[in-house]
Write a protein that binds this ligand. Structure first.
Ligand code: NAD
Length: 498
């Protein structure tokens, strides 16, 4: 079986690690390779490499850094399909969805190509007599990025293109469930002219993550993953003096008002609930049906569920939904379906027991729909992260808004309505970081920033966009006077602005 090594200092290396993790082909339900899991000594090695590379990379001219970013963009575009197929092979999502993910990742590289403009800072002349003052933004140093399994290309690209364009060096610790594509992203960056040691990929589990969090030469940590781990990353990282942004889990609600177009709302609920088998942090997992919406919307959703094609992500015939990432995760999601039935929700579509021709061992689960879900049920309170959509019925818009705002999560949300006033009230008062109005998955473009509120984000800055640039740089304010041959004299008073 193939063993995936780390990508350190511009080449593949096993370092000292001997422990391995299994990587599965979810459609076949069998191991496809193994990945090395780094030890603490390996963390020390990669941090030293990144620290050394920082000295020259952070001082390379902006035009040379920008030229490398443009080359990288070109190479990524040429290799979109290869990257997408690498994702599908280990994640299970269908090719078209993986291509979409790659596209959204490349948008961040597009944005980072404009780094010259993004790093421009204010300057004030004559702040005092013959004194000028200006701000410069400088790179933070060595940045670690720890990422989840569900977007193995897009989420790392939320981080490293901007961090690197700003002049930092980067250590990516990708998910051990679908690690292969990270090495390819790094290899393409080397091909684009990135000096060795600027982007490194360290494969591993909690051992390497905790090593990075405690290492004195790691200056900043970007994390995306589940809420309990995000909390741990934020607490441990900040205790160790690092700047940290840690994006956590989600339970995204979509409110449907009685005046909405039911066909459009059903299209949105099915696309956002079951796309990528529900393994998206911006997936809709709860539909809040206001008034009589439930009775009208559920038949529309059911007719669409019946038409979904489920099968291998890389099959020639395009599929709508692929397998879940591992057998363990599929069983956990199926366990939530059991719990929903036990707790008394109405199971309208049951995804358990799906069989796919020619792939008897794949990690399959079909689209599942619950109606009459109550806020105290596990299927409502927990992030399931699978193709399970829950309908909660609310008597009024106010009741729906109250329900949403009581959730501990605040990642994304959406409202479907034709009433502009209601939409405006919603976007003004809902407690979530990303809001869609008749848009079910409101993932911001690269030039806006992505992030949630409450337990969906620990830290002060969202990722990419201007907040990404802010996170990966530090301000330095320079106050400057050049000696005027006409002026001399000692002044012990506090500097004033005369
Ligand atoms: P996860 O939290 O299990 O893993 C994320 C990363 O943390 C991985 O690299 C993993 O190796 C590492 N990790 C796991 N356990 C650890 C531990 N005990 N100590 C230190 N590091 C540890 O998440 P996942 O299952 O890979 O991804 C799914 C989760 O990510 C969902 O909760 C989803 O909502 C969330 N997510 C959030 C966003 C967002 O933008 N808010 C985006 C994508 C995914």
């Amino acid at each position: 079986m193939k063993t995936l090594q780390h990508w350190i200092d511009g080449k593949l290396t096993p370092l000292t690690s001997t422990r391995t993790g299994i990587v599965y082909n979810p459609a076949k339900g069998e191991a496809s390779s193994e990945v090395l899991l780094a030890e603490l000594d390996d963390v020390n090695t990669v941090v030293a490499v990144a620290k050394t590379a920082f000295v020259s990379w952070s001082q390379l001219s902006m035009s040379k850094r920008t030229a490398i970013m443009f080359n990288y963009r070109e190479l990524l575009n040429q290799n979109r399909l290869e990257l997408a197929e690498m994702i599908s092979a280990e994640h299970g999502k269908v090719r078209a969805d993986a291509l979409g993910e790659v596209g959204r990742g490349i948008e961040v590289v597009d944005y980072a190509c404009g780094i010259g403009q993004l790093l421009q800072s204010p300057r004030s002349e004559d702040v005092s007599t013959a004194v000028d003052s200006y701000t410069v933004r400088q790179a933070v140093g060595v940045v670690a990025g720890i990422t989840p399994f569900n977007f193995p290309v897009m989420v790392p690209m939320w981080m490293f293109p901007i961090a690197i364009a700003c002049g930092n060096t980067f250590i990516l610790k990708p998910s051990e469930k679908d690690p292969t594509v990270s090495n390819r992203m790094a290899e393409l960056f080397t091909e684009a002219g990135l000096p060795d040691g600027v982007l490194n990929v360290l494969h591993g589990d909690a051992v390497s993550v905790n090593g990075l969090l405690e290492h004195p030469d790691v200056d900043a940590v970007s994390f995306v993953g589940s809420t309990p781990i995000a909390k741990h990353i934020y607490t441990t990282g900040t205790q160790n003096g690092k700047r940290v942004q840690a994006l956590g889990g989600a339970k995204n609600h979509m409110v449907v008002l009685p005046d909405a177009d039911m066909g459009q709302a059903a299209d949105a609920a099915v696309s956002a609930g079951y796309g990528s088998a529900g393994e998206r942090c911006m997936a809709i997992s709860v539909v809040v049906a206001v008034g009589d919406v439930g009775d009208r919307l559920i038949p529309e959703i059911m007719s669409r569920i019946e038409d979904l094609k489920i099968g291998p992500g890389l099959s020639e015939e395009p599929m709508d939904m692929g397998a879940l990432v591992t057998g363990e995760h599929r069983d956990r999601v199926a366990g939530y379906i059991d719990a929903g039935v036990t707790e008394g929700a109405t199971l309208v579509a049951d995804g358990r027991g799906l069989e796919v021709d020619g792939h008897p061992n794949g990690f399959w689960l079909a689209a599942t729909l619950f109606d009459h879900v109550k806020p105290n049920m596990l299927i409502y309170t927990d992030e399931i992260f699978g193709p399970v959509l829950c309908v909660v019925r609310a008597n009024s818009y106010d009741e729906a808004l109250e329900l949403l705002n009581a959730s501990p999560y605040g990642n994304g949300t959406a409202i479907f309505t034709n009433d502009g006033g209601a939409a405006r009230h919603f976007r003004r008062n809902v407690q979530a970081g990303m809001v869609g109005v008749n848009v079910p998955i409101p993932v911001p473009m690269a030039y806006h920033s992505f992030g949630g509120w409450k337990d969906s984000l620990f830290g002060d800055t969202h990722v990419h966009g201007s907040e990404g640039v802010q996170f990966y740089t530090r301000n330095k304010v320079v106050t400057e006077r050049w000696p005027d041959p006409h002026e001399r004299g000692v002044n012990l008073g506090f500097p004033t602005t005369d």
